[in-house]
Design a binder for this molecule. Structure first.
Ligand code: 1HE
Length: 265
């Protein structure tokens, strides 16, 4: 993939291996990776460019014991923002997270410690979430006298449902472990979330990029459409993806009985 030298990052760190697996780290551990305006700008910069640089998958991880403590409350307090200022902050968050979710490259979040408030909004913009035993999820906005502004009303409600999200926000309820998995906050609960995220990223990266592009953008777009329009869009996407040259060898292998069969482990 293209060189990552074009990025000049202070709050994030980025690296890639020879297979195009990118590791993007939240890098403000002293502030528990709280999302200040500068970090969100860097997320926009990275996710604007990565999909066109040949990245095959992204692991989103964090330095320190916590994934992300959400909105930088100290910055928000110091800035003493007006409503229109914060609306613009929210638009920047949406830009960053939409670029992640709709960018067409698989993003796997390797979680640990606090995944709270805006941190959960960030994690819910990834395509797959992997938790470890230390990971916990909460929406403490109500207790802070705030409201979600980074897309939780769409993405967290989508993961856990409206009633659970309202409960989390009204009461500060914290989910972790098997319960977090069963309500849909993460798809994997493992000892080492980064090792598992890497394994998932490597597996996903073996799919043709066009298939991953569709999986990591079309499904999200279709959720915003009427059933009739989504079905039409699905046929158009499938028309392109299912006839791609990269799938011919795979179909031939199945027809020749040399391809792996789908079986439970
Ligand atoms: C922060 C932030 C932050 C830590 N903004 N600076 N989010 C929250 O309500 C979560 C707020 N944070 C916490 O509850 C705790 O910090 C943690 C449970 C995540 C971690 O606890 P701990 O004991 O490891 O760390 P700490 O001592 O609380 O914090 C260490 C430093 O990180 C300290 O800075 P220092 O300069 O005094 O050392 C903290 O101020 C700093 N820090 N969290 C700013 N969030 C688009 S709307 C989204 C709305 C929301 O996200 S609301 C949820 C906000």
């Amino acid at each position: 993939m293209d060189s990552l030298d074009i990025f000049d990052l202070e709050n994030l760190a980025i690296s890639a291996d020879d297979d195009g697996i990118v590791t993007l780290s939240l890098n403000r551990p002293a502030k528990r990776n709280a999302l200040n305006a500068a970090t969100v700008d860097e997320l926009i910069e990275v996710f604007s460019k990565l999909p066109r640089m040949g990245a095959r998958a992204v692991i989103l991880r964090a330095e320190g014991p916590h994934f992300c403590a959400g909105l930088d409350l100290v910055e928000h307090h110091a800035e003493d923002r007006r409503p229109e200022d914060f609306m613009h902050i929210c638009l920047r968050w949406h830009e960053a997270f939409n670029k992640m979710e709709y960018g067409g490259v698989p993003v796997i979040a390797a979680l640990k410690g606090a995944v709270v408030g805006g941190g959960l909004e960030l994690a819910s913009s990834a395509h797959i979430r992997v938790a470890d035993a230390s990971t916990y999820f909460a929406l403490p906005e109500g207790q802070r006298g705030l409201f979600t502004g980074g897309g939780a009303t769409i993405r967290v409600a989508d993961l856990v449902g409206k009633a659970r999200m309202i409960d989390m926000m009204l009461t500060g309820r914290v989910y972790k472990g098997d319960e977090a998995i069963s309500v849909g906050l993460a798809q994997y609960l493992v000892e080492d979330s980064e090792a598992k995220a890497l394994e998932i990223a490597r597996a996903a990266a073996t799919n043709p990029p066009l298939s991953n592009f569709a999986i990591c953008s079309a499904i999200s777009h279709m959720q915003n459409m009427s059933g009739l329009d989504a079905a039409y869009a699905e046929s158009v996407v499938a028309g392109i993806v299912n006839t791609q040259p990269a799938s011919r060898g795979r179909l031939e292998a199945f027809a020749n009985k040399t391809a792996a069969r789908v079986r439970p482990e």
